[in-house]
Each structure stands twice: as C-alpha cells, then as structure tokens.
Design a protein around this ligand. Structure first.
Ligand SMILES: NC(=O)c1ccc[n+]([C@@H]2O[C@H](COP(=O)([O-])OP(=O)(O)OC[C@H]3O[C@@H](n4cnc5c(N)ncnc54)[C@H](OP(=O)(O)O)[C@@H]3O)[C@@H](O)[C@H]2O)c1
Length: 220
C-alpha cells in the first residue's frame, strides 16, 4: 500500500482518481477547498481548506500530513474559463496563472519534507499548454497558465532529481467533466485510470516527461 495525495479531488478527474486508488487498496489523502458528499463516500482522508491559490491552503495540507512520507502526489486542481483576444479578462488570466501554474509550486514546496527519495509527483497540466501542438488558438488564460505549469513540472524534475523525486506533466485527455461542460471524448474514470497508470510508470529514468494519459509523450 502506498500513500497518495490527490490535490483537487472534490469532483471530476480528481474524484475518480481517489475512487480508483481506494478500490486498489491505497492510502489516499484528498485535498480540497471543500469536501463533497461524493468524496466523503470514499476511503480518503479528506483535508479541507486547501485552496492552491493561497500559501495558507498549501500550509494546511502540510500540517495535516505532518511528518508522514508521501509516495505519490498528484496536483490535479485547475480552472478553465474560455476566452478570445476580444473577451480576455486580465484579472481572470492572473487567477488562471495563480491556480494552474503557481498552485502546483505552492503545494510541492509546502510538501517538500514529505517527498522523500523514491516519491513521485504528477502535475495535471494540459495538452493545450503545448506550444508545438497549438493549431487552434484561443483560450489565452488557460493555455498560457498550462504552458507555465508545464515549465514548473520540467523545472521541478530537474531540481528534485538530487532528492530522487520524479516529476511528470500529465494530460488527462479531453474529458467530460464540469470543466468542459460535459463535452469531451472520454469519461473521467477512463482519464483517471490512464493518469494512475502513468504515475505507476513514473521513475527517475522517466522524470521530466510530458505524457498523455494514454501513454505517449506530448511535444512541448
Ligand atoms: N476535462 C478535460 O478535458 C481536461 C483536459 C486537460 C486538462 N484538464 C485538467 O485536469 C484537471 C482536472 O480537471 P476536471 O476536468 O476534472 O475539472 P473540474 O471537474 O472542473 O474539477 C476541477 C477541480 O479543481 C479544483 N480546484 C479548482 N480551483 C481550485 C483551487 N483554487 N484550489 C483547490 N482546488 C481547486 C476543483 O475544486 P472545487 O470543487 O473546490 O472548485 C475541482 O476539484 C485540471 O487541472 C484541468 O485543467 C482537464
């Protein structure tokens, strides 16, 4: 049994990851802003008040963990509000950066003492954060924040290598959740299964990768 921490587990893909990890007998700690009835039905130890856009939120998770080692940390929390150049709201863009790009850094920094040799970190970014894969444009706030999240993952993989901690950027697929207003190609349980498989495969030989949940590397 390994100890997993899923950040952003109230609904959608994060909730599905918690369910599947519970089903295979892992110890799961679910970090959320506010618990949901669905999450409370799982095996997870729920830590509330974890707003990844605040240092206090990250510190709350660190306090709840105490000295416990974390084997696998998945930063799944994220926001999306679609925009175009005409509709882009700069305050909204800064919120995207705060949650999607700085959120994972706040969480990883707060949990550094819990991430010991052999630990793994998955940051759920997005394929739309890829520069070379961008053929459709739009979604400035989201794309730019996820590109920055990819850089955070890559940078962390370099800095944490000396501790023996592996880090990957992960794309779940186009998933039918609240974020996509129910649009997408797959359900959250399929995405969660793929993300868990990628976390299982992650090791120091593969650290610094940007993976699709299906298992192939996405160009940066
Ligand atoms: N769905 C897709 O097609 C798709 C594609 C590519 C990447 N992704 C990424 O996959 C991840 C999960 O997305 P989803 O589709 O499952 O979306 P979702 O259903 O909207 O869930 C988003 C999750 O993030 C949490 N969250 C948002 N802001 C937060 C904050 N400031 N602090 C802590 N938690 C916060 C939400 O918690 P609350 O309930 O408290 O709001 C919720 O648990 C996101 O990072 C998203 O960008 C999704």
């Amino acid at each position: 049994m390994a100890r997993w921490v899923i950040v952003g587990a109230s609904r959608g893909i994060g909730l599905e990851m918690v369910r599947q990890l519970c089903a295979r007998g892992e110890e799961v700690i679910a970090a959320v802003r506010k618990a949901t009835p669905a999450l409370e039905k799982t095996c997870a130890e729920v830590v509330e008040g974890v707003d990844v856009a605040t240092e206090e939120g990250a510190a709350r998770l660190a306090r709840a963990l105490g000295t416990r080692a974390v084997d696998a940390l998945v930063h799944n929390a994220g926001v999306l509000k679609s925009d175009t150049l005409a509709t882009l709201d700069f305050h909204e863009a800064l919120r995207h950066y705060d949650v999607n790009a700085l959120g994972p850094l706040r969480i990883v920094r707060a949990l550094l003492a819990n991430l010991r040799e052999g630990a793994k970190v998955g940051i759920v970014t997005s394929r739309v954060g890829s520069l070379s894969d961008n053929t459709s444009g739009g979604n400035y706030a989201y794309r730019m924040s996820k590109a920055a999240a990819n850089m955070a993952a890559k940078n962390l993989s370099i800095e944490l290598a000396e501790r023996g901690v592996a880090v990957a950027a992960l794309h779940p697929g186009y998933v039918r959740t609240d974020m996509t207003q129910g649009r997408g190609n797959i359900e959250a349980d399929v995405a969660a299964r793929g993300l868990i498989l990628r976390m299982d495969e992650l090791d120091m030989d593969r650290t610094g990768a940007f993976w699709h949940a299906e298992g192939w590397e996405i160009p940066w």
